[in-house]
Design a protein. Structure first.
Length: 121
């Protein structure tokens, strides 16, 4: 799938404007629906996932890029948590789910800031 804002458009329209147009077209409910539609079991049994992720992980481990691995793991965990919090349709988000999501997101941000920016080994 090619992201719509990366498609060919006239040169007078900049990349920033294409990203803004994409975000205006795809609101939070549409993005939440797309994330909810991902069949994680099918993705885990897809050999293409392993053909891309395992060599990349091996290269990052070999080069000692543990901070990048941590950032990728955090991004994956964040995407995994999104379907549990995003409302379906016009539903509201319960306070308990919102607090759990905020706490996990805060922990992810703090851990990533510490290891990516503060700690220099």
């Amino acid at each position: 799938m090619v992201l719509p804002f990366l498609s060919k458009q006239p040169d007078d329209v900049g990349l920033f404007q294409r990203v803004v147009d994409f975000l205006a077209e795809h609101d939070i409910h549409k993005i939440g629906g797309l994330i909810r539609e991902i069949d994680w079991q099918t993705q885990l049994h897809n050999p293409k996932v392993y053909l891309v992720s395992l060599p990349l992980l091996a290269l990052l481990l070999w080069k000692g890029k543990f901070r990048i691995i941590l950032a990728l793991f955090s991004l994956g965990l964040f995407i995994y948590l999104l379907p549990f919090v995003l409302p379906q349709g016009s539903d509201y988000v319960p306070l308990r789910k919102l607090l759990i999501f905020a706490a996990v997101t805060l922990v992810l941000v703090v851990v990533n800031l510490y290891f990516l920016l503060i700690r220099r080994d």
